[in-house]
Design a protein around this ligand. Structure first.
Ligand code: MN
Length: 224
């Protein structure tokens, strides 16, 4: 079973699925060349094998020359949501974390051009580094604000999760119209602007205020 550490606890949180949201911040939609106007949020899954816990190095896939970081607020839920209301969705939030939706941008461009799925670009082993989970309800999340990502101590991504096109309760409610969300699901809620490449030797340091933090060193992966 895939599990996530919990802040200030010896217990671990069992992860059901990893669900990632695309284009949920206007500036990032623009930097990727897309229309930033609000439309139905799209999502994709990462397998359990994508989860990379605090302390584990991130292996740059051998099959990509352009591996990008995407800094994201991660939401954990502990209730089943099916065609949920915003209030039900809000009540299902049981914790949050800071995560990285690591992306092989060259492979993603290729997949888009060829009409192929994104698994190779987004679902490879270790492609979802995630901090320990801060247990708390939505109101606890509301006392946080800023996401930061530093690569080798240089600030590369910064944003407030309040700038999401689809705020968390609406986002969860909307997705639950299409797939039933289950206790243990982790939702990566999209990235603010400033995505960019990493390479072996880099150290990524992501934070949500001083509540969640994640440090990941980047190492090379030999071609098989
Ligand atoms: Mn993303």
């Amino acid at each position: 079973m895939t599990e996530l550490a919990i802040n200030q606890s010896n217990r671990r949180w069992p992860v059901a699925r990893i669900i990632c949201i695309g284009r949920n911040y206007r500036e990032h939609a623009r930097e990727m060349g897309h229309d930033p106007e609000r439309s139905t949020p799209f999502f994709f899954f990462k397998p359990a094998s994508a989860l990379l816990s605090e302390g584990e190095p991130f292996c740059c896939p051998w099959f990509s020359q352009e591996v990008h970081h995407e800094l994201e607020l991660v939401i954990a839920i502990d209730q089943t949501l099916s065609a949920a209301s915003k209030q039900q969705a809000r009540d299902a939030v049981c914790g949050f974390a800071v995560g990285l939706d690591m992306t092989c941008r060259d492979r993603q461009r290729e997949a888009k051009a060829q009409g192929r799925p994104w698994e190779l670009a987004k679902g490879f082993d270790g492609s979802a580094p995630c901090s320990a989970l801060q247990l708390g309800r939505y109101q606890d999340l509301e006392s946080t604000d800023q996401l930061h990502l530093r690569v080798n101590d240089k600030l590369v991504q910064q944003g407030s999760w309040r700038d999401m096109i689809w705020p968390v309760p609406e986002l969860l409610a909307e997705i639950s119209r299409y797939v039933q969300l289950t206790p243990g699901d982790l939702i990566f809620t999209g990235t603010p602007a400033g995505v960019g490449p990493v390479q072996p030797g880099d150290v990524m340091h992501a934070t949500l205020d001083d509540v969640c933090q994640l440090e990941v060193s980047v190492v090379a992966q030999a071609a098989p």
